[in-house]
Design a protein around this ligand. Structure first.
Ligand code: GLN
Length: 489
């Protein structure tokens, strides 16, 4: 194994010890990852923008900080950022032509927190345009390939961030999850992905898709690394009034290996027709492993699950249609100049937005329009409450709910892009958590053929600690986290 291989296989936790013991330097670690990006990213295309100069400057500063004995948990750790988090030192496009070349005058709060910790920014990762999609094929700047099989999608919308961690191009990355966009790609790429509780992490500087659902969270190769990242980004932010002023627990202290006394809910609604047999098998085995670690399995029911997808596809597009009205050719990015203001709006938006974004804007505008608002939007809000109540009832009986992250493994590039309904179905198991605002983690739990399968653990609001603790116990009892995508370079 080359030195570069060793450095890109390390977890952030191991790198922290090695950096602090001065066995490795942040510059070396950064160089190893940038070289890995150079070697494998032509085949993967996880990155829209690589920030080599910024990264080396940050790595230099990190080495000085480590030498002075004031390192924070992420000082010198190479990280990738979904290109929907605004940054002052690199463009932020949300993978849309309408924002091509746009550079933000301010940093997202999570980005600022990582800067304060002395983390190293490797670059900005690919996503479905404005995070709308489940495959990263809706990017205006090319598709990302799954590191386990480059003919397959990495999932989406945070496919670039998931693929970067799976391909060892970054140690940890950040994504956003509105209906599954962290958990589903984490599952498809065989890494850990965490969607925190709505309000746990500041959304300031996250380009908004659906403001009542969006949440930022980490991708990592271990639960411990995800916990370290959550600890760095969580907490109240005066710049986001929906971030909650609750104390942030020491997540690493919640990591456990024994599950005695833990009640794990298994929902009968989380097996659907059309589920891949390899997924059912791996997830069933994984739930058995939780039991063998001491957990008690409890059958539960989440009766409104079947309405979650339909409800989401009213709520999310409705919010998106309002949020995306700001892209008008006047304030940001692309402007197609026409004789009248109205035509300027039309041409700018007509050429700037891709087909899926236009579909969402049309669906959302329709659902909000006078005469349809009560029938669609208000109705969806009511059903959303029912979905939330399902979870509240279930969590009176259990500590977490275990099930599959997605009904299938990574599908082929091009295989669903012409069938939006099939694409939307990839999120049946992830969307309910967004509707209810609860946290969820996806962790690798086996293989179906040559592709990773993922276990999802959903938790009580603001109880990421329990979710991560149980995920960690599972991970330590299994080998999946130490299996890497077979990718040369
Ligand atoms: N795939 C879902 C959608 O297309 C969820 C996306 C997300 O979580 N950002 O809306």
């Amino acid at each position: 194994m080359t030195a570069r291989d060793e450095l890109t296989r390390m977890t952030a936790a191991a790198a922290r010890s090695a950096l602090d013991a001065r066995q490795i330097s942040a510059v070396e670690l950064t160089r190893a990852h940038l070289e890995r990006i150079e070697a494998v990213d032509p085949a993967i295309h996880a990155f829209l923008h690589v920030m080599s100069d910024v990264a080396f400057d940050q790595a230099d500063a990190a080495d000085s900080r480590i030498a002075s004995g004031t390192a924070a948990p992420l000082t010198g750790i190479p990280i990738a950022l979904k290109d929907i988090l605004v940054t002052t030192d690199a463009p932020t496009t949300a993978a849309s032509r309408i924002l091509k070349g746009y550079v933000s005058p301010y940093d997202a709060s999570v980005v600022q927190r990582l800067r304060d910790q002395g983390a190293v920014f490797l670059g900005k990762t690919n996503t479905d345009e404005f995070a709308m999609g489940s495959s990263t094929e809706n990017s205006a700047f090319g598709v990302t390939h799954n590191p386990w099989d480059i003919s397959r999608v990495p999932g989406g919308s945070s496919g670039g961030s998931a693929a970067a961690v799976a391909a060892r191009e970054a140690m940890i990355s950040l994504g956003s999850d509105t209906g599954g966009s962290i958990r589903q790609p984490a599952g498809f790429c065989g890494v850990v992905g965490l969607k925190p509780t709505y309000g746990r992490v500041s959304r300031y500087g996250l380009i908004a898709f659906a403001s009542s659902l969006d949440q930022i969270g980490p991708f990592a190769r271990t639960v411990e690394d995800a916990a370290i990242m959550l600890g760095a980004i969580a907490g109240h932010d005066p710049l986001d009034s929906t971030s909650v002023p609750l104390a942030v627990p020491a997540y690493l202290r919640g990591l456990r290996t024994d599950l005695t006394g833990v009640r794990v809910g298994v929902a009968r609604e989380y097996t659907v027709s059309g589920m891949e047999p390899g997924v059912t098998e791996a997830v069933t085995t994984a739930i058995g492993t939780l039991e063998s670690l001491g957990a008690e399995l409890v059958d539960i029911s989440l009766p409104h699950t079947e309405y979650a997808l339909a409800t989401y596809y009213i709520t999310a597009p409705a919010e998106a249609s309002a949020n995306l009205s700001r892209f008008d050719g006047v304030k940001y990015g692309l402007r197609v100049e026409e004789p009248t203001l109205r035509e300027t709006y039309q041409m700018t938006r007509g050429t700037g937005f891709g087909p899926e974004v236009k579909r969402r804007i049309m669906l959302g505008t329709y659902a909000l329009s006078s005469g349809y608002y009560d029938a669609y939007y208000v109705k969806a809000q009511k059903v959303r409450t029912l979905i939330k109540q399902d979870f509240e009832r279930a969590f009176e009986q259990v500590d977490v709910i275990a099930g599959p992250t997605s009904p299938t493994v990574a599908f082929g590039i091009g295989s669903r892009i012409d069938d939006p309904y099939q694409m939307y179905l990839s999120d049946v198991f992830t969307i309910p958590a967004n509707m209810a605002g609860i946290p969820g983690v996806a962790i690798p739990c086996g293989m179906s053929g040559a592709l990773p399968v993922s276990l999802q653990l959903l938790g009580k609001p603001f109880d990421e600690e329990t979710v991560l603790g149980i995920a960690h116990a599972y991970e330590r009892a299994t080998e999946w986290h130490s299996t890497f995508a077979p990718l040369d370079g």
